[in-house]
Design a binder for this molecule. Structure first.
Ligand SMILES: Cc1cc2nc3c(=O)[nH]c(=O)nc-3n(C[C@H](O)[C@H](O)[C@H](O)COP(=O)(O)O)c2cc1C
Length: 233
């Protein structure tokens, strides 16, 4: 075999390995892209079998609030996650009848609802673990008074609502208080130039019951009343 033939074979081999390497890299990149899509956007549950786990309300994660009241004149705080909007200025909060807070709320007909940030897990969890019937929780949060009596508002909370109780829907174990939001106090640094709350700044403390975990907010993934315009059959 002469020198030029050997050179040609070497060149051909180099070319072959180069093509192989480029293809392998692009294959890998495709896989990475697919993985990224699968993890963050494109999980298709259509063909994944569903298991009946019994009668459970599983609307989580949801914000953890701290509700403030006064019981026999003393401030008491309680963690409440089972709370939701009714219309635009009312909330329903579901409180077990055994809780110390309930008697204060029933008597005063006023209450505060405070949203906490993810950094406030420890005091939030504490007021959800201990009852004011046994422990003085009045000093856990510094508070200020708004326009309504007996609705202490948490100074370190980015969003506080003072509310009046307008109705109660009683179920077997719970007093479900329907409250009207009378005033909403928002820390100025979480408001944008149009006075709208920026929840990325609030960093609300989120909670889920099934495994008793706390979570933080993820990123914004869409525009409400807008993304639906892209729907095609
Ligand atoms: C994250 C979290 C969320 C909670 N959410 C609720 C709730 O929505 N309703 C409820 O009745 N109790 C809830 N609890 C339990 C009460 O906060 C807890 O029993 C508290 O100690 C009662 O306080 P009190 O007896 O001083 O009123 C929650 C506890 C935690 C830790």
């Amino acid at each position: 075999m002469n020198n030029s033939k050997v050179l040609n074979i070497i060149l051909a081999l180099c070319l072959f390995f180069l093509i192989l390497k480029v293809n392998f890299k692009s294959l890998n990149n495709n896989n990475l892209e697919e993985n990224k899509l699968t993890k963050t956007e494109k999980i298709d549950y259509t063909n994944i079998p569903k298991k009946n786990i019994g009668a459970q309300s599983v609307l989580y994660p949801c914000p953890t609030t701290v509700v403030g009241t006064k019981v026999n004149g003393k401030v008491n705080w309680i963690a409440i996650a089972h709370i939701g909007n009714i219309g635009h200025n009312k909330l329903i909060m579901s409180m077990h009848k055994s809780h110390h807070s309930n008697s204060g709320i029933k008597k005063n007909k006023t209450v505060s609802v405070n949203m906490l940030s993810e950094s406030q897990i420890i005091p939030a969890d504490f007021v959800g673990m201990k009852s004011g019937a046994n422990v003085d929780k009045s000093k856990v949060f510094e508070y200020f008074e708004g326009e309504i009596k007996n609705a202490p508002l948490i100074k370190s909370s980015p969003i506080c609502m003072e509310c009046t109780v307008v109705d109660t829907y009683e179920t077997e174990h719970h007093d479900n208080f329907i409250v009207k939001v009378e005033n909403t106090y928002v820390s100025e640094n979480v408001l944008n130039s149009k006075n709208k709350i920026d929840f990325n700044k609030v960093k609300p403390l989120l909670f889920e019951m099934p495994t008793r975990g706390y979570y933080k907010l993820g990123e914004r993934v869409g525009e409400a009343w807008n993304d639906g315009k892209k729907y095609k059959k």
